[in-house]
Design a protein around this ligand. Structure first.
Ligand SMILES: NC(=O)c1ccc[n+]([C@@H]2O[C@H](COP(=O)([O-])OP(=O)(O)OC[C@H]3O[C@@H](n4cnc5c(N)ncnc54)[C@H](OP(=O)(O)O)[C@@H]3O)[C@@H](O)[C@H]2O)c1
Length: 280
């Protein structure tokens, strides 16, 4: 599969990319300042606040639909989109300006690509799935809502499913389904309430979207870098706690496992969550 990850450099996004690549997927890594990737990762500088750039990046710059064997990354830049690493050999997309050197063919510095310029390769195609995993410090509800709408709009035009890595605050409280976690001080201290409410607004944005195919994954209350065990327990719209210690937590590595599992085998629920699962 080709998977686009928005928020590629983040705690979650970087682990999702590592998990996806380890499973043999190609990744389009999008953020404002993406780093260099491995040959199966195409970094693109995109501000998710720029709907045109997001749309172009998802629709046209996914030249990874071809097989870029080895480090055959050239560089493709659309309006507001800059490839800092690589795209597949010789394929650029409508409205994309190649600023690098294609792996095959002539140097393309400054040459606007008005169509698919590759010979003998498949045309650019949209990613099979988009992961949205962005946030700002401090939490910015309007940014999150706008970014989510932008990505849902672009993905809906392409017919691509979106997995939103959202917040625990959007879940129901265990044992009290009418109490949103965002309003539950047992899980959300006052200082995190704005973040939690921004996540709830993000879920509402998904629910209000008429056309997009989306799933909203709420992490448990605690999400931090840690160990990849490959295990987790999956639920729907109610916060889960681990059976061994009663904490609502998971490592970012295991969250990434759950994200890629969901992309590979989509469930039917729109709102899901996961929690750490002990080995016993
Ligand atoms: N318990 C919980 O509920 C919980 C805990 C942690 C995280 N989360 C959620 O998990 C998701 C990911 O969080 P995280 O911890 O991985 O975040 P993070 O480490 O802060 O990373 C944020 C990512 O967003 C990108 N980004 C920010 N503004 C952007 C913009 N304008 N355009 C494009 N990219 C932009 C950043 O890259 P650039 O700066 O390069 O653009 C970065 O890759 C968020 O939705 C967060 O709320 C939930």
């Amino acid at each position: 599969m080709t998977i686009a990850v928005l928020g590629a450099t983040g705690m979650v996004g970087s682990r999702v990319i590592a998990e996806a690549v380890a499973r043999g997927h190609r990744v389009l890594a999008l953020s404002r300042k993406p780093g260099e990737g491995d040959p199966n990762v195409t970094p693109l500088a995109v501000d998710v606040g720029d709907p045109e750039a997001v749309g172009e990046a998802l629709a046209g710059a996914t030249a990874t639909g071809t097989t870029a064997t080895g480090a055959t990354m050239a560089g493709a830049a659309a309006t507001g989109v800059t490839a800092t690493g690589a795209t597949a050999a010789g394929v650029t997309a409508t409205g994309v300006t190649a600023t690098g050197t294609p792996a095959t063919g002539t140097p393309a510095t400054g040459t606007p690509a008005t169509g698919v310029t590759a010979t003998g390769t498949t045309p650019p195609r949209p990613p099979d799935a988009v992961i949205l995993s962005v946030r700002t410090f401090p939490a910015d509800r309007e940014f999150l809502v706008g970014a989510t709408r932008t990505v849902l709009d672009a993905a809906a035009r392409l017919g691509t499913r979106v997995l939103v890595v959202g917040g625990a605050g959007a879940l129901r409280s265990p044992g009290d389904p009418d109490l949103p976690v965002a309003d539950n001080r047992a899980y959300v201290p006052d200082e995190y309430r704005a973040v939690a409410l921004a996540g709830t607004a993000q879920l509402r944005t998904c629910e209000a979207h008429a056309d997009a195919d989306w799933v909203y994954l709420s992490p448990p209350a605690e999400l931090e870098p840690g160990e990849r065990t490959g295990r987790y327990r999956r639920g729907t719209d109610t916060l889960l706690t681990a059976s061994d210690d009663g904490r609502s937590w998971i490592s970012a590595e295991d969250l990434a496992v759950a994200v890629v599992d969901e992309v590979e085998n989509p469930g039917t629920e729109r709102h899901i969550t996961v929690v750490h699962r002990s080995s016993t």
